[in-house]
Design a protein around this ligand. Structure first.
Ligand code: FES
Length: 154
């Protein structure tokens, strides 16, 4: 994936902002994630080139913290709650249903770019467990069948 001129400009501006700070790797990566939505390997190479922080160190950070994403989010961002109430209500079955019907794994995006699956902590609707959200819209009392139907509709 190429770095577009807009992305490059954003990365340069972020790096410049932290030029005088040592230990700025995490804030730089966080700001790239916030502004561009993900931190691709190409972005990491650019940051490394501009800051002289080894790319291996930047990769280490991005792969260690779950807040970072190495690829753009798909058209439909499906977040499956795995808080205590949802876990007890069968969140694992919901995850399996979404993984098999979208052909992708939690934490990844389907090859066609349509679906991104993520496992998340409590999203605050425990009485509706198990709960998921799609692009911010909440769906409660999920079942494997409802999950498969939802993917077909999307
Ligand atoms: S545990 Fe899932 S919404 Fe609270």
């Amino acid at each position: 994936m190429q770095v577009s001129s807009e992305q490059l400009l954003a990365i340069e501006q972020i790096v410049n902002k932290y030029r005088d700070f040592s230990g700025a790797a995490i804030p730089i990566l966080q700001e790239i994630q916030n502004q561009l939505g993900y931190v691709s390997p190409q972005f990491i190479d650019k940051v490394s080139e501009l800051t002289e922080i080894p790319a291996s160190e930047l990769y280490g950070i991005v792969t260690f913290y779950s807040q970072f994403r190495l690829e753009p989010i798909g058209e439909h961002h499906i977040q499956i709650c795995h808080g205590t109430a949802c876990h007890l209500a069968g969140a694992d079955k919901i995850i399996e249903a979404f993984e098999s019907s979208t052909g992708t794994k939690c934490g990844a995006t389907s090859k066609d770019g349509k679906f991104t699956l993520d496992k998340v902590a409590c999203i605050g609707c425990c009485s509706l467990a198990p709960v998921i959200s799609v692009n911010g819209k909440i769906y409660g009392r999920m079942t494997a069948e409802k999950a498969q139907k939802l993917v077909r509709e999307l």
